[in-house]
Design a protein around this ligand. Structure first.
Ligand code: PEP
Ligand code: MN
Length: 348
């Protein structure tokens, strides 16, 4: 942290600032120039409480941080990209991993049909919400444990890994019995107790970006999970709120290379929630892979016209099947791989 003192401050005021810094067990490096005095603070971590305390002093002009507030999630302290091993499916390595499936688990018939389609199409992970955070309490809010059981059945049948949302700390144990990856949704990404509870399980977690969460805040949220001893955190860009109404959210493509730059954690793109329209998903999926995403999470429904949530942004299986070979080409162009589609399916 760098502290710039106001012109004309007194030696007592300077000593007062230095004493406050030393109270935290940190050291200072003083540079007194003609007109400007700068106090460099040496040591970690620098808490916001100290930064604020220094800023509150009359004799202080400005205070800047030079080190990041997040440490475990930072690439500075962990230059190698993290590869999360989800029981054999590696996320964050050379291969771009596709997660696909319906927004909600609605019935055994719907989920099994969609699971077969996405598995045949090249997905390695099946998505499907059993606990749904809905804007209106009158909408379908998920099948809860019955939905988790259907997901587990699809995993056994098709050899897919499962990702499903957990909404409260109290449900972490239940959801953890069924899922391979915890999904922490945009609305709950600032539920600190939920983050810590998921952190204590050690199980892979995908942390979606909240609708108004800045990059630094997002990485500090990941830090909540990691600080409980769980290094298996991936981030998911799913769009933020903006002034445009045509799309559901503003899909922040830039977040992908930014996260790669700031952090070693894998980044997954969710163009479904990012755009809200199925016809925009192919273009934004391709763009996400080109931008360096480690994976995609895409809503696919066997019958979007009857979906109980997010039908308008769900791809039909045929469109998903058309998209995957294009994704393979983009992945190859940026030095990545994408799982080949089974020959039998490619020949269909
Ligand atoms: C979802 O994945 O269906 C979902 C609710 O996503 P988000 O938390 O990004 O809105
Ligand atoms: Mn959805």
């Amino acid at each position: 942290m760098i502290i710039i003192m106001k012109h004309g401050h007194t030696p007592e005021q300077r000593e007062d600032v230095i004493a406050r810094v030393k109270e935290e067990g940190l050291d200072v490096h003083l540079s007194v120039g003609e007109g400007t005095t700068i106090i460099g603070v040496i040591g970690m971590p620098i808490l916001d409480s100290l930064k604020s305390a220094i800023e509150s002093r009359d004799a202080v002009e400005q205070v800047f941080r030079v080190t990041k507030r997040y440490k475990l999630a930072s690439r500075e302290f962990h230059p190698e990209s993290t590869v999360i091993d989800v029981d054999g499916v590696k996320i964050g390595g050379d291969e771009v991993v596709i997660m696909a499936g319906p927004c909600s688990v609605e019935s055994e018939e719907q989920l099994m049909a969609t699971a077969k389609a996405v598995s045949d199409g090249g997905a390695k992970v099946l998505r499907g919400g059993a606990f749904k955070p809905r804007t209106s309490p009158y909408e379908f809010r998920g099948m809860h444990e019955d939905g988790l059981k259907i997901l587990a059945q699809a995993r056994d049948e098709y050899g897919l890994k499962i990702i499903t949302e957990v909404m409260t700390p109290a449900d972490v144990e239940l959801v953890g019995r069924y899922t391979d990856i915890f999904q922490i949704g945009a609305r709950n990404c600032q539920n600190y107790q939920l983050l810590e509870e998921v952190g204590r399980t050690g199980k892979p977690a995908m942390l979606k970006r909240g609708m108004a969460v800045q990059y630094e805040e997002w990485l500090l949220l990941a830090e909540y999970i990691m600080a409980q001893g769980n290094p298996n955190v991936m981030l998911c860009e799913r769009g933020v709120r903006g002034f445009e109404t045509y799309t559901r959210n503003i899909f922040d493509l830039t977040a992908i290379p930014v996260v790669k730059h700031l952090s070693h954690l894998p980044i997954i793109a969710d163009p479904s929630h990012g755009t809200g329209h199925w016809h925009l998903i192919p273009a934004m999926s391709l763009a996400s892979v080109a931008a360096g995403a480690d994976g995609l999470i895409v809503e696919v429904h066997n019958d979007p016209s009857h979906a109980m949530s997010d039908g308008a942004q769900s791809l039909k299986p045929e469109r998903f099947n058309e998209l995957v070979p294009q994704l393979q080409q983009i992945a190859a162009a940026v030095g990545r791989t994408l799982a080949p589609v089974e020959e039998a399916v490619a020949a269909d």
